[in-house]
Design a protein around this ligand. Structure first.
Ligand SMILES: Nc1ncnc2c1ncn2[C@@H]1O[C@H](COP(=O)(O)OP(=O)(O)OP(=O)(O)O)[C@@H](O)[C@H]1O
Length: 745
């Protein structure tokens, strides 16, 4: 033909024509009918189907089968023979088509999967968002307190994990059919279900890890969301290109990547006729990656929890797990040194020798300094004193004196800056000892501890389980406490509906569960009505035998009535410690004489009358209708004559009068700087409450019931199982009742 155009014309008219166009002696072009050779676009788009050359959709072999290669080799053989004079036809016959390995290329059809792969790993995001909010909030509120009740870290996390695993199971049941129907119709339902479930569990633990690390609910949920989105986006690359194996291993440590990559792998294989089956999941590394990720995240959650504590708690050093003492608990050798600087001072009443032989809390030169920004607060400045078994000890002091700080240190909620304390033979500064202390002690912090969405009874039951009360005794124990604290009428009310005083009683009830040997109570009766206060006093009095009870209070009358020994703390230092009698004798100002007078009273005349009998009397207060005098203790024999005279002097303007003994308040006021004190100490109760009005007989009977029970607690794996189940159940009830959760899901 004349030229290439003529070939094209002939092709249009006759159809079955192949063109060979020579540009010079050796260069030529072959022109085949479309369909007998693949177009470049076909090559790319269909390469994914060409794992098997017989596939009808694979157009690459048409080079071979439709004559292109035969013609090309024939022309080449002819050119070689013409140029060299040597025939190569035999060699040409031995040419074979061999499929070479090639790097994967982007497929047009993969674009539709990108959307699915981006969306699928995010399917748990709303749930995970809610979870991170919930876990961080609850953890901050309750975890350290649960730890104080002997709940192990692992039990806390495992209980959350168990509960959310149930929710993940439900979500997977909904999501798997949708995924199967929309993108992986041939895949095994159970294999897909398992993949989604493992991803769900890994996501939960991923969230746990960040809530341990970041502590704040909002930060946790935001970071988890951003990371999930980021690693999901990266996983899309696996649709397009092969990632180097070491990088893939590293990326697989992030569960959204491991899951996204697995989905893209499965969807690609599906095109080659290989469908995800339950029997071959062993060949899929992502399944293992998700399991490894779950375990790793849980371990990291535990680790971060130990080295970065919440508001309360004592941090472990970062390499604590390398220390032998962490894994092998050494037997505590009782070593105790007390600084004697103020133990034998005049301000400390010596106790009877039999108490010295008993168990005790020995506080030795404890100091605590809070450092915040540039502020330094010395809350405790070297406290040393002993608290004995069989006695109730009250800690008194103005607001900010350091009472709560001391209790927090003794209960392991914070660590002392210097000094130490021993509770029985255990040292509070040793972590392994602290675990033993937690087993025998109970703390009632200044704030209320309870699960808001549980009823009073459910709260008590849950905490009884956490404390290891045997299942068989729980109902009995809870019922007794409900009766003793007069909470039967509110036993089915949810905690968030209770009044401040009722919540306080519940917190106290929770503390008393399991009959602990050491009770550390921070203002246990704040907000209680007088009747309830007396119930609590009676309960503590009944329990003090064989137990160490330490409480703080702002009420002098409470300390006077309830405590055998009172320790006064002021600005972080011990001022004095002893019985009421000792303190009143030492710092007492004698008696108070209060005279109510009318407008005709002449104060000077009245004072001279009093001084006539008791020269050392002092006018301590003068108001319009009242005159107050302090009368020395030793002048008590002069009182009858004075009172007799006052009764007969009708023109002095006396309406009535009364005399009271020194109160603890007087001691307190004397010990403190009066002016500052009046500013700080607004809660002082000037009047002694009229005591003893509750039905003592009835209460005593109840108390006997309780003290006779001698509750023994379960230990070891049984306790562990009981704790995990109890917390998981509590979370379940709480979530069930929180309508917000269901809206989120
Ligand atoms: N976390 C903290 N950071 C900084 N300072 C603190 C912290 N906790 C307590 N303090 C300071 O330590 C001092 C003692 O506080 P603490 O709570 O022990 O007093 P308190 O005697 O229990 O008072 P209250 O009777 O009012 O409860 C106070 O000056 C307080 O401001």
């Amino acid at each position: 033909m004349e030229d290439e155009k003529a070939i094209e014309e002939a092709y249009k008219n006759e159809g079955n024509i192949i063109g060979v166009i020579f540009q010079d002696n050796f260069s030529y072009r072959l022109r085949f009918r479309l369909g007998n050779v693949p177009s470049p676009n076909d090559y790319i788009s269909s390469s994914e189907y060409c794992y098997n050359y017989s596939s009808s959709e694979c157009s690459i072999p048409s080079y071979w089968f439709r004559g292109f290669l035969s013609l090309q080799t024939s022309i080449d053989a002819a050119l070689i023979e013409l140029t060299t004079g040597h025939s190569v036809w035999d060699e040409m016959k031995s040419i074979r088509g061999i499929r070479m390995r090639s790097s994967s290329v982007a497929q047009q059809s993969s674009i539709e999967y990108i959307f699915v792969i981006l969306v699928l790993p995010m399917c748990f995001s709303p749930f995970i968002y809610f979870l991170s909010q919930n876990v961080s909030r609850e953890k901050r509120k309750l975890k350290e307190l649960m730890k104080m009740m002997g709940v192990r870290d692992m039990a806390f996390w495992l209980s959350w994990s168990l509960l959310y695993a149930v929710y993940i199971l439900i979500l997977c049941s909904l999501a798997t059919p949708i995924i199967k129907y929309l993108i992986l119709p041939e895949a095994s339902f159970f294999a897909l279900y398992l993949l989604l479930f493992l991803y769900g569990i890994a996501s939960i633990h991923f969230c746990f890890m960040f809530s341990s690390l970041l502590k704040k609910a909002k930060a946790t949920s935001s970071i988890v969301f951003v990371l999930t989105f980021f690693f999901t986006s990266i996983s899309v690359i696996t649709l397009i290109a092969r990632i180097p194996a070491p990088l893939e291993w590293i990326l697989n440590l992030f569960c959204p990547f491991a899951f996204g990559a697995e989905i893209s792998k499965v969807s690609l294989l599906q095109k080659y006729g290989k469908h995800l089956q339950l029997t071959d999941i062993v060949e899929h590394s992502s399944f293992y990656s998700l399991i490894i990720d779950s375990v790793l995240y849980m371990l990291l959650a535990l680790y971060f929890d130990k080295i970065i504590p919440d508001k309360y708690g004592v941090p472990y050093p970062p390499l604590f797990f390398l220390k032998k003492s962490y894994w092998f608990k050494s037997r505590s050798s009782y070593h105790y040194e007390q600084s004697h600087s103020n133990i034998f001072s005049d301000n400390i009443e010596a106790v009877a020798p039999e108490f010295d032989a008993k168990g005790s809390i020995r506080i030795n030169n404890i100091k605590k300094t809070y450092e915040a920004k540039s502020m330094k607060t010395e809350a405790l400045r070297g406290l040393s004193f002993n608290i004995y078994e069989g006695q109730i000890t009250a800690i008194l002091g103005h607001s900010g004196a350091g009472k709560t700080t001391l209790l927090n240190i003794l209960s392991g909620l914070s660590s002392p800056s210097a000094g130490s304390a021993n509770i029985f033979k255990y040292n509070i500064t040793k972590r392994e000892d602290m675990e033993e202390i937690r087993k025998i002690s109970a703390v009632c912090p200044q704030f209320n501890v309870q699960f808001e969405y549980l009823t009073v009874k459910e709260n008590l039951k849950t905490f009884a389980k956490l404390k290891g009360v045997p299942s068989i005794d729980i109902e009995n124990e809870v019922q007794k406490l409900l009766t003793l604290l007069d909470m039967n009428a509110i036993q089915d009310s949810r905690a968030y509906c209770l009044s401040g005083g009722q919540k306080r009683k519940l917190s106290l009830g929770i503390t008393l569960l399991g009959d602990p040997q050491v009770l550390l109570l921070d203002e246990p009766t704040t907000g209680l009505d007088p009747y309830s206060r007396q119930l609590v006093w009676a309960l503590l009095n009944e329990r003090k035998a064989g137990r160490l009870i330490l409480f703080t209070t702002q009420f002098m009358d409470e300390a006077d009535i309830l405590a055998d020994r009172k320790a006064f703390i002021s600005h972080g230092r011990l001022k004095c410690i002893g019985s009421s009698l000792f303190l009143k004798k030492k710092w007492g100002i004698g008696y108070h004489l209060r005279i109510q007078v009318n407008e005709f009273c002449d104060a000077e005349k009245m004072t001279s009358l009093v001084k006539q009998y008791i020269p050392a009397a002092k006018l301590s207060g003068q108001r319009e209708s009242e005159l107050s005098y302090t009368l020395p203790l030793e002048n008590v024999d002069k009182f009858p004559a004075l009172f007799c005279d006052m009764d007969h002097e009708t023109d002095l303007g006396i309406v009535n009068y009364g005399v009271t003994m020194t109160t603890l308040e007087d001691v307190f006021l004397k010990l403190e700087d009066n002016e500052t004190l009046e500013e700080d100490y607004g809660v002082l109760h000037r009047e002694q409450e009229e005591e003893g009005r509750y039905g003592a007989d009835e209460t005593e009977q109840n108390l006997l019931l309780l003290s006779d029970s001698g509750i023994s607690t379960v230990r070891g794996t049984e306790l562990w199982r009981q704790q995990v189940c109890a917390i998981a159940r509590m979370h379940f009830l709480q979530l069930k009742r929180e309508s917000k959760f269901w809206r989120t899901v």
